[in-house]
Design a protein around this ligand. Structure first.
Ligand code: ADP
Ligand code: MG
Length: 398
């Protein structure tokens, strides 16, 4: 397995280096305040390590979608303040990410000094991976470190272009993500169980196909299960489900599972609601008995306990996609049951995906998992077996 060289690779002496660090500081904001600092927090260890080793560091990131021009509300200022708070120091925010002034500051960076560059996406050249812009980003620095796993599936100037212009290494977070996810792909211990939920089959088609090839058992929940059930000819009432195309894909996946000898399991019971609201009338019914007008909003208790048993007996578990509309409290039980079973499982347990990761955090179980990926789309693309451009651009072992 090839892995990107990390910052602990002895080939680099960080003392006196002036390092451009690409982090993922794209935190949710509300009224100019960071509402969830998980991503910023996850970026701290790499920064601390480089600073302690005697580097001067400028950290850069995107934030939101400013569409290539400066947008006051999408300034990284709140993130600079939050990072400073977490690191117990002030982090100066420079007014831009490129230009003569930034270059001069880069050239003058002193060991142990940390500054932040302004939102990369204020420039359209960032997402275009413009070569001249990558040159300008690199200007004044001696090294580049990519720790932005959540952006590694995008070939942008700050994730791809600049990595080819400076001696480059992977940060601690990116290294760990790649190690864990590559491990699932190349050397999982068996039984390997995947739990898949979320809204659509069509969104996750390449992911499901990749997992069917590698897993012994795939447990389906979430709105996705109603597309499978509809494909089998069940009536799914008012449940969220896909039309003929999605159902044809579901049928094909079920055939693939048989061919690959992978057990693809669907719920046997569901929680149905008469409305998509916290005060809806609720009932648990067998999946072949969903009445017209009722919608499935979570897996039922019999399904939860059968999924729990499969998870507890696994050596490796990967989970993506909530089992129900967990954001609504009465619909959370199935998702919590999966998270708790994974937390209690002795095998290697990995969750990936924006909403699944948020669910694990909401239950306070992050530390009980082997790994909860910080990269939604990037993690799923890796598990599809795709090469991430931000990772491929880094020099690797062997
Ligand atoms: P992830 O971000 O973990 O990859 P997805 O984005 O695919 O997950 O799906 C998460 C969304 O699916 C959540 O917003 C959740 O409310 C929704 N969802 C799950 N089950 C249902 C359901 N039965 N009915 C409606 N929405 C559902
Ligand atoms: Mg999502």
């Amino acid at each position: 397995m090839t892995r990107p060289l990390g910052i602990d690779d002895p080939g680099v002496d960080w003392s006196g280096a002036r390092v451009l660090v690409r982090a993922d500081l794209n935190a949710p904001l509300d009224d100019g305040r960071v509402t969830d600092d998980a991503r910023i927090r996850a970026s701290v260890p790499t920064l601390e390590r480089l600073l302690a080793a005697g580097a001067g560091v400028a950290v850069c990131s995107h934030l939101g979608r400013p569409k290539g021009k400066p947008v006051e509300e999408l300034s990284l200022r709140p993130c600079a303040e939050k990072l400073g708070e977490l690191m117990g120091r002030t982090v100066e925010l420079l007014p831009d990410c490129v230009g003569d002034d930034v270059r001069a500051r880069a050239e003058a960076l002193r060991p142990g000094e940390l500054v932040m560059l302004e939102n990369l996406r204020f420039h359209p050249e960032e997402e275009a991976n413009d070569p001249a812009f990558a040159d300008r980003l690199a200007a004044g620095f001696t090294h580049y470190v990519n720790d932005a796993f959540g952006a590694a599936h995008r070939a942008h100037a700050s994730t791809e272009g600049v990595a080819r212009r400076l001696p480059a290494r992977a940060g601690l977070l990116l290294s760990r993500e790649v190690e864990v996810l590559e491990g699932l792909l190349t050397s999982p211990r068996h039984p390997f169980v995947a739990v898949l939920g979320g809204s659509k089959v069509s969104d996750k088609l390449p992911l499901i196909n990749s997992l069917l090839e590698r897993c012994d058992r795939v447990l389906i929940g979430g709105a996705m299960c109603f597309t499978f059930l509809a494909a089998q000819g069940e009536s799914v009432g008012a449940s969220l489900h896909e039309g003929p195309d999605g159902q044809a894909q579901a049928t094909e996946l079920m055939e693939t599972a048989v061919r690959l000898n992978c057990a693809l399991q669907l719920p046997v019971d569901v929680l149905v609601a008469d409305r998509f609201a916290a005060d809806a009338a609720l009932e648990v019914v067998p999946t072949d008995d969903i009445a017209d007008g009722w919608m499935g909003v979570d897996i039922g208790p019999r399904t939860s306990s059968s999924y729990r048993e499969a998870i507890m007996g696994a050596q490796t578990v990967f989970w993506n996609g909530p089992m129900g509309a967990f954001e609504i409290e009465p619909f959370v039980d199935g998702t919590r049951a999966v998270a708790e079973a994974m937390a209690a499982c002795f095998g290697s347990t990995v969750a990936g995906g924006g909403d699944s990761g948020a669910a694990v955090a909401q239950f306070g179980l992050v530390d009980d998992f082997t790994h909860v990926s910080t990269g939604g789309g990037a993690a799923l693309e890796m598990l599809e077996g795709r090469t991430l451009p931000g990772v491929a651009a880094l020099p690797s072992t062997s």
